[in-house]
Design a protein around this ligand. Structure first.
Ligand SMILES: O=C[C@H](O)[C@H](O)COP(=O)(O)O
Ligand SMILES: C=C(OP(=O)(O)O)C(=O)O
Ligand SMILES: [Mn+2]
Length: 407
């Protein structure tokens, strides 16, 4: 094994051929990566993580693959949600428990209405890396990129990307996964973990070969998605996703084209496995009827059996009159409605929903039955990145979606 950084990176349990494929994928341009001040420290952390026990297991990932195949066929519904950005400080049994309870209650409501099993997936146990729209914040400091990279506190020293944070993210993810498994043993429904496949120096260390064919599983989680800001076809993230055996999501914003989507599917789903790819549309309520039909028709004609999932959060963000990043309940609901309407009109299956939520009584999104106003936002605005629906707003939305599912 060469002692170059690339060689070190792929050391540990991986065979040399796999190292070469990973290095080739990651030699492509990678958007939204931190400027680590010390690459040697990154290599040292990567070496530790590459031989550490992974967060999930191939058996669990395969189970989710089967569940998502059922969603793609129209025999199950996917309910996914959790924090926009998990933090080390909020990685407590109380916070995780509150989020999971809210998510599971949403799943129960949707399951009753849809009359199919619900596959429940948390944005949890590893959702620590954030893509950002600017490189600096309102104070002129380097932007916060998630606890796995730097600290949210507006202190220039703490905003310097610190690779040792990847070790903390790993330890926090393991602890959260332990809690999820404990809840499962205690009788809670089956819950899978997911996060954005963003920070490539971390994600590459969690690849492990498994099965008779030695496919590479990314055992940092069960389900990973590629974000709207990193889905370039010639970029590192899509090439990295091609190597992974896990089910993969791709966020699609309003500029996504049918041609791009076809290329994602050819690359990520060459064997045409139902549910291998989840297309997560986050178009903005005003764009759905314009943009979604073309994408859906093209995919249907291609024969790939994908999961269509609606993320009604990320296309509907605005700044409140009181200066907070927020989302209005009505616009979130409007995107969900249009998503179902388009799929119904085309005879395709609206397979799931993807929310940023918390079980905590936060005031981050406006509207809903409690009429959270722009002025109420300062009451309990605690997100580390994007505004989340609180428990009441999630349940209200779940009831509205249930009505759509029944109609
Ligand atoms: O979670 C999503 C993105 O990280 C977020 O929407 C980007 O937000 P920003 O515009 O505050 O950087
Ligand atoms: C960054 C996110 O979304 P998107 O890539 O769709 O903007 C997210 O899910 O937090
Ligand atoms: Mn977000």
């Amino acid at each position: 094994m060469p002692v170059t950084e690339a060689g070190r990176s792929a050391s540990g349990p991986l065979p040399p051929a796999a190292c070469g494929r990973i290095d080739a994928a990651l030699a492509r341009p990678a958007a939204q990566q931190p400027q680590w001040p010390d690459r040697r420290a990154v290599a040292e952390v990567r070496d530790v993580l590459a031989t550490a026990p992974p967060i999930t297991t191939p058996v669990e990932v395969d189970r989710l693959r089967r569940r998502l195949a059922a969603v793609a066929r129209g025999d199950a519904f996917l309910a996914q949600g959790g924090d926009c950005a998990e933090t080390f400080a909020s990685n407590t049994p109380e916070h995780l428990g509150a989020n999971l309870r809210t998510l599971l209650r949403m799943s129960t409501v949707l399951g009753h209405a849809a009359r199919v099993p619900v596959v429940t997936v948390g944005r949890i146990a590893g959702q620590f890396a954030k893509p950002r729209s600017k490189t600096t914040d309102a104070h002129g400091l380097p932007v916060y990129r998630g606890d796995i990279v730097n600290a949210a506190a507006p202190d220039p020293r703490l905003r310097v990307p610190d690779p040792r944070r990847m070790l903390r993210a790993y330890a926090n993810s393991r602890a959260a996964m332990r809690l999820i498994r404990m809840l499962r043993r205690a009788g809670a429904a089956e819950i899978f973990a997911s996060h954005e496949c963003l920070l490539l120096d971390y994600e590459r260390t969690m690849l492990r070969p498994a099965g008779s064919d030695g496919r590479l599983y990314n055992l940092s989680s069960h389900f990973l998605w590629i974000g709207e800001r990193t889905r370039e076809l010639d970029g590192a993230h899509i090439a990295f996703a091609e190597l992974m055996a896990n089910p993969i999501g791709i966020k699609l914003g309003p500029t996504a084209t049918a041609q791009q989507v076809l290329e994602y599917l050819e690359r990520l789903d060459p064997h045409r496995e139902p549910g291998r790819v989840t297309l997560i549309t986050r178009l903005g309520h005003q764009h759905v009827e314009q943009v979604l039909p073309g994408l859906v028709e093209t995919v249907a004609a291609s024969g790939h059996q994908v999961v269509w999932q609606c993320d009604p959060m990320h296309g509907n963000t605005h700044e409140s009159t009181t200066g907070f990043k927020t989302r209005h309940f009505d616009r979130i609901l409007a995107e969900v409605r249009s998503f179902f309407a388009v799929h119904r009109a085309l005879g395709t299956y609206p397979g799931g929903i993807h929310l940023e939520l918390t079980g905590e009584p936060v005031t981050e999104c406006v509207g809903g039955a409690l009429h959270v106003s722009d002025h109420d936002l300062r009451g309990c605005y605690s997100t580390a990145c994007d505004p989340r629906l609180n428990h009441r707003q999630v349940m209200e939305l779940a009831v509205r979606i249930a009505r759509i599912l029944r109609s």
